[in-house]
Design a protein around this ligand. Sequence first.
Ligand SMILES: [Zn+2]
Length: 370
Amino acid sequence: MHRIDHQLPWNCLGTQRTLTVFSFGAGERKAYIQASLHADELPGMRVAVALKRRLRELEQAGQLLGVIELVPVANPVGLAQMFQGTQQGRFEFASGKNFNRDFVRLDRLIGDQLEGQLQQDATVNLQLIRQKMRVALDTLPPAGSELQGLQRLLLRHACDADVVLDLHCDFEAAVHLYSIPQHWPAWQALAARMQAAAVLLAEDSGGGSFDEVCSAAWLNLARRFADYPVPLGCMATALELGGMADTDAERTEAQAEAILGFLADCGLLAGNWPPAPVDCCAATPFDGAQYAVAPHAGVVSFVRAAGARVEPGDPLFEVYDPLDDRHSVVRAETAGVIYARERLRFAQPGLWLAKVAGATPIRQGRLLSD
Ligand SMILES: [Zn+2]
């Protein structure tokens, strides 16, 4: 293992923040794993603790067949954002921006440079595109903010990886993951190992999220240069490990082992690993997800747990207004799994309280909420 410390730009005077990457193994193939880009989502950081220990052991045992980079604290900026006793790790205080939005679109960054450069050889193109991505990120004008500097460093480490796992969680949630549709067959083993309840597929969720920028860049380049073999060179997912409170040792150590099993599936780890379970949830289109909101303000009582299956018309939660005695029941509009619930119990205008993964498209436009 070796440790790489990057200084973030635009430190406040008298302070300095560092992004730390742990690199294990050597070889052509690479996996990149980061945790807690939304800094208040700590299950990933706890899983990373277990991964770091296990990867060290596996490296010493000679079982690493490629490079594995681990970033246990992907967002030191957000981690420090305490406001009156609560952690505020999702949006940067300075700008109000979501830490996991608006990453540099790599295909746009290097697309023009690839004109006349690609060959009729997918392996050559894979190497060329990765090289262009690295150089393009290295030669951007200086970052205009600490947030931008952080995002570029994360992307720089991930852009040339075969497999990227961005570890997140939702407020209260079953395990679920996001991917572009083209990679779903390859993620099935991970979803099965993680006992995921939902897999949400979209080519463009509209937010420029980290995982989507990593994987969709190749899809967009393959379409732009359709006369050449351009592989989908980076499999990236936002892996939602459960709810924000799901940091128990037993659960997170098991999740780390499941991730290692998947890395073995990918050919990055040698040794005997339990096979991926046969049973796996179905994937559904992200535009089939119902974001259920309340019709008025009030206190919320949930009717069903995260992970429960519902049919159209089944109640999801109730909202009570104790002043005007209004009472509303919000129901499922699609058949599927409740994969996430809000943590707060006060209904606010326009903010979702439950999400249901359905199979029929019911939403349009930007699919990601902030
Ligand atoms: Zn997140």
